[in-house]
Design a protein around this ligand. Sequence first.
Ligand code: SF4
Length: 701
Amino acid sequence: MQNAIRTSPGLMHDVSIMTASTSVQIRGACPHDCPDTCSLVTTVEGGVATKVQGNPAHPQTGGVLCNKVSRYTERTYHPERLLTPLKRIGPKSAGQFEAVSWDEALSDIAARLKTIAARNPEAIAPYSYAGTMGFVQGEAMAGRFFNRLGASLLDRTICSSAGGEGMSQTLGGKVGMRVEFFAESKLIIIWGSNSIGSNLHFWRYAQQAKRDGAKLICIDPRKSETAEKCHEHIALLPGTDAALALAVMHELVKNDWLDHDYIARHTIGWQALKERALLWSPERAAAVCGVPVEQIKSLANDYGQSFINNQPAAIRLNYGMQRVRGGGNATRAVACLPALIGAWRHRAGGVLLSSSGQFPVDKATLQRPDLRKGSLPRTLNMITIGDDLARQASSEFGPKIEALIVYNSNPVAVAPESGKVVQGFARDDLFTVVLEHFQTDTADYADYILPATTQLEHWDIHGSYGHTDVLLNRPPIAPLGQAKTNTQIFRELAVHMGFDEPCFQDDDETLCRAAFGNGVDFDELLTKGFATLKLPDAPFANGNFPTPSGKCEFFSPRLASQGMDGLPDHIANYEATGTSNDYPLAMISPPARNFLNSTFVNVKSLRDIEGEPLLEMHADDAAKRGIITGAVVNVFNQRGSYKVKAEVSNRARPGVVNGMGIWWRKLGLDGTNVNQLTSQHLTDMGRGPVFYDCLVQVHLA
Ligand code: SF4
């Protein structure tokens, strides 16, 4: 049985129907910034999406979705969903808008952009990230538009760039173990991740391994739901992961728990790394990490015994640990460990931070950098948007930023040092356009808000950073109200700008097909909804790392050639614990379980579960300040302050508070959120953010 649904204007597509009678089920992909990239099945009755479920036929999803995306229909049909273009009629931030037609909005936006571009197109900047992870509604038509315009480029660094660079400098890219083989591991180290909250489908594999006798160890400053369920929890201080990894190496060397054959054949820089590791006794690392010496020795012993007993040991690294000054080095230090014990010989051994480097996505075809004319535009780092919006024109910086087009992101809530971000967005001489589903904190500062479609209303194609399947997203329903796809908005804006290149006419299915070219069987995607990349089970059993040397690079000649340390080392936080009397507590800001970055905060059923913005605090730190659970406290540092409810909890270790994120500012207790306190410093490599490198003080409000 077949059904036809409307997608991009002018296109009709046949869609397989999986059930009879009046309801149909359409396969799609979760678009959110989560490693699991679930395959979705949406039930549609009478043109209305009534249910979103996990696809039982997709092994990585296993028919299960997280609590957040299970509520996707509540989000899609939310009464506050933006359904018409809106034009600002009040002061910036006041949130006063009036509905206008698409033609009026796009004509005015194009006229404003043309005026600015005539002076210098680099005064216009895109601001986007992973509001959708789809390659089409992400940077495909948007990339073409900004390339053709000659706008500033954006360094999209806000989540993963330090870790990504660390992996590239060590293993050659964002590559690693296949996630499904964690189920066969005998030792799993979950490093810097609350898997239950943010990598649920990996956790299923870890649970399987646990049932089959594996030992699970969690390394995380916070005693998360995941840490509670592991056999051991190492609650180190934020930003000390490299010290811990080097101490593990120290013990591997001292006890000769080393796969000398693997090291000799498939690594470079071993002698130098060995000398570095021998500087990091467990005693030294314990003092830096704030954990017992015995815990470090026990971790090293577990890892070393895996080698002695020829059992697979696997590390699930996640991005939390790289959001500090030394995040790139820390990632490198951990990524060196599997080669030392030859863990890569097993398909259930090695390390996985991200699998995204394994997808043969053709970004050049999607984004068309060849549309740029003249020299390469300047690049703005999305982390420093607060400072950059305050900069005047200069030969060093280039033109003042005069226009921002924001899509798939909510920078006023998520960018660091948000006091400065707010000041920048409030500039009367800044022209801001926001493509959105809802009137977010950022949309409050827009000159125009353009209503965008959700994942249920558009085509897209997805890779993953947690598994190795490509997923196709078909739209189960037509766009709501006057909402348009991101691609269609940029197509129509291109027409209004007078861009007449044929590539602006490509429809969304064409873009989906172009994303992987022949790298994936599109018919299989149409039939099944997903297609698994053909990859070896144990990719580095015989070396063949995608580094320039083909080996695991303990020593990175590329880093050394840039004047950096070629070996991984511990680099202390910009704001290390114990270095400030005024701000004695380290603060991390992990995601609240029912939110995904700033998405879902306005979904009432999920916000009701979270309650109010929360600061977890250890009993010792709370007692010193007379703070009890439920008290409203001020969390502050030299950058600002925010009000939050305290929860005295053993989820926080002494000396570290957990400011659960990321609340919309306007839904918080005092119109701010945790990013009021975070800084715009950058990581050692990858130009990433240091959200978890932040000292604060806490007082009763
Ligand atoms: S957010 Fe993650 S776990 Fe939840 S449905 Fe999406 S991919 Fe799956």
